[in-house]
Design a protein around this ligand. Structure first.
Ligand code: SIN
Length: 270
């Protein structure tokens, strides 16, 4: 179906589109909302340039797509707990999202998606890569699809956040989800495991789990399934967390990169 009020330009055949002709700092019309929602469903991650949003407008944009989620692993801004700062500079020992992941798959209801608004960027570097987990699933062999059907995997945030915050004595989320997930809007199946949060396949030996996950990660990391976004100041990325991975590329140390992320709440994978 054609887009009437948006200019939607696909970036690859499988994933990613740039969208022009909308001011995200103003309330969206019903038609704009419907077309952005459709573009997100179709392209899985969508990008906007030259946007002006304060924190309230950023949250209002997220709320058009669902309730806002409070990040279960890291604290939000003091005045805006629904907004997480994504920041790296010369003092950073790590950056958020350095490894391939979907956000917070440790949660019982992982996020629907996230909206990242970038304000400070290095002169070069600091891209984000996104990968289609529809493509990853659809290109598996029929035998592998049959093997995975009905299997679940455990997603545990404790190893992730305890490594980052060793001094904090708290317990993070751990949940079990189907390895093959059906998207609640598109009805398409996607691969729903990721190298950051998934610790093991439930109900099989450790050796079998390691072998399966290692194969799936190698398969899903195929550049054919990816799009890479070159940020500029005031760019926005909105990804559908239910069917994508993403990875922040930290190739700009010791320079500074700062953005703000709003997370839209999701539902239990099935
Ligand atoms: C994230 O994983 O949300 C961070 C992505 C980025 O900084 O590009």
């Amino acid at each position: 179906m054609a887009y009437d009020v948006l200019d939607v330009r696909p970036m690859t055949r499988r994933i990613g589109a740039e969208i022009f002709g909308v001011d995200l700092g103003k309330p969206l019309s019903n038609r704009q909302f419907e077309e952005i929602h459709r573009a997100l469903t179709q392209h899985q991650v969508i990008f906007f340039r030259d946007q002006q949003m304060d924190h309230d407008a950023h949250k209002d944009l997220g709320r058009k797509f669902g309730n806002l989620a409070i990040h279960s692993g890291v604290p939000g801004l003091p005045e805006h707990p629904e907004i997480v700062a994504i920041h790296a500079d010369a003092n950073s020992k790590f950056v958020a999202g350095e490894n391939w992941h979907s956000d917070l798959t440790c949660d019982p209801e992982p996020p629907l998606g996230s909206i990242l608004y970038m304000k400070v960027l290095p002169d070069d570097g600091g891209d984000t890569c996104f990968a289609s987990m529809y493509a990853a699933y659809e290109t598996l062999s029929d035998r592998m699809k049959a093997y995975l059907e009905g299997l679940s995997a455990v997603h545990d945030a404790n190893p992730v956040y305890k490594a980052i915050f060793p001094d904090l004595d708290r317990k993070y989320n751990c949940s079990t989800h189907p390895i093959v997930r059906t998207h609640p809007v598109s009805g398409r199946k996607s691969l729903f495991v990721n190298p950051s949060y998934t610790t093991h396949v439930a109900g099989v030996s450790k050796a079998e789990s390691n072998a399966i996950l290692s194969y799936l990660y190698q398969h899903a990391s195929n550049p054919d399934f990816q799009v890479r976004f070159r940020w500029k100041k005031n760019s926005v990325a909105f990804w559908d967390n239910r069917c994508t991975w993403h990875q922040a590329i930290w190739d700009y140390f010791p320079d500074t990169r700062t953005g703000y992320r709003v997370t839209v709440a999701g539902d239990r994978p099935f």
